[in-house]
Design a protein around this ligand. Structure first.
Ligand code: GDP
Ligand code: K
Ligand code: MG
Length: 299
């Protein structure tokens, strides 16, 4: 008799920049979640599905990548932390990601959750490619004190070190359950969402200071034709001065974003892409509930 199907939700949480999105992409084998060296790159809860069979048991793992845990300063941050909280509520296993530089921060909801939850937690100490054995041991001891009695696994999401051990740990804890999603699907978000995220990633990579944080990308039209995908976008900034920076001297800066985004969009969708970008000013959108809702954040 075939083994019953297993299926479950795995939440990836942790402070900003520890490598959560890099890890999810590595675990699902697709670049679903954008990565940058800047904190607060990820603003939504992003699901990534992995379907397969392990030792005769068919499974569906539904990973959730989440925004980094922080003290909310804007309405936007509150919505971001709501994504983290809802992902903790659904989780069958939580991957708490930290890295070799990170210190635990005693934020109310995080500590409350960690000290009272029954959900299995696996602590992942990421970026071990960047340190020697002595520092690694010191960090393992430190995290052992923060999360007493929880398993801790040293990994490198970037260099794919020990990721198979994460997988085996998860499979062992997956509940018996039919698949939650169509096994053909990679994610729950519409294609349009990934188009806006890819553009946002290029903004994070090309601008300094507050610009990436002040930008939101909205796809206003997404038309699939036989040989080309036509994507029109609006990029919102918070101030007129930011629009000037975004555009750059003779439009050079925004042009570079467009070229880099188009290359990645073509890779992601496997098709030629025609991309249009319009820049708009929406004063203080990060603090405005109605604007955030129209951008797809729940409040
Ligand atoms: P997130 O904010 O937690 O989602 O972190 P990201 O996945 O966006 O990664 C933040 C930065 O850390 C990026 O520059 C990544 O390339 C880098 N990074 C992630 N994992 C590793 C790793 O295992 N080793 C090294 N050296 N860098 C990593
Ligand atoms: K990041
Ligand atoms: Mg991220």
């Amino acid at each position: 008799m075939a083994s019953p199907h297993k299926s479950g939700f795995i939440s990836i949480i942790g402070k900003p920049n520890v490598g959560k999105s890099t890890l999810m992409n590595a675990l699902v084998g697709e670049r679903l979640s954008i990565v940058s060296s800047k904190a607060q790159t990820t603003r939504h809860r992003i699901l990534g599905m992995l379907n397969g069979e392990f030792e005769g048991t068919p499974y569906q793992i539904v990973y959730s990548d989440t925004p980094g845990v922080l003290m909310p300063k804007y309405e936007l941050h509150k919505s971001m932390m709501q994504f983290v909280k809802s992902s903790l509520e659904d989780a069958d296993v939580v991957l708490y990601v930290t890295d070799v530089f990170d210190e635990y921060e005693d934020l109310d909801f995080l500590t409350n959750w960690k000290d009272h939850t029954d959900t299995p937690i696996l602590v992942l100490l990421n970026k071990i490619d960047l340190v020697g054995t002595e520092k690694l041991q010191e960090r393992l001891d430190y995290w052992g004190q923060v999360f007493p009695d929880k398993p801790i696994l040293p990994i490198s999401a970037l260099e794919l070190v020990h990721l198979d051990q994460i997988f085996e740990h998860i499979v062992a804890k997956l509940p018996v359950h039919p698949p939650f999603f169509d096994p053909e699907e990679l994610t729950d978000k519409p294609e349009k969402f990934f188009a806006s995220e890819i553009i946002r990633e290029k903004i994070f990579m090309n601008y300094k200071k507050e610009i990436p944080y002040s930008c939101e990308v909205v796809v206003t039209s997404f038309k699939e034709e036989p040989t080309i995908l036509r994507i029109a976008t609006e990029i919102y900034v918070e101030r007129v001065s930011q629009r000037a920076i975004l555009i750059g001297h003779k439009g050079e800066s925004i042009k570079k974003v467009g070229i880099e985004a188009r290359q990645d969009l073509e890779k992601f969708f496997g098709k030629k892409v025609f991309l249009e970008q319009f820049i708009k000013v929406e004063p203080d959108w990060r603090a405005k509930a109605d604007k955030l809702r129209s951008f797809g954040y729940s409040l």
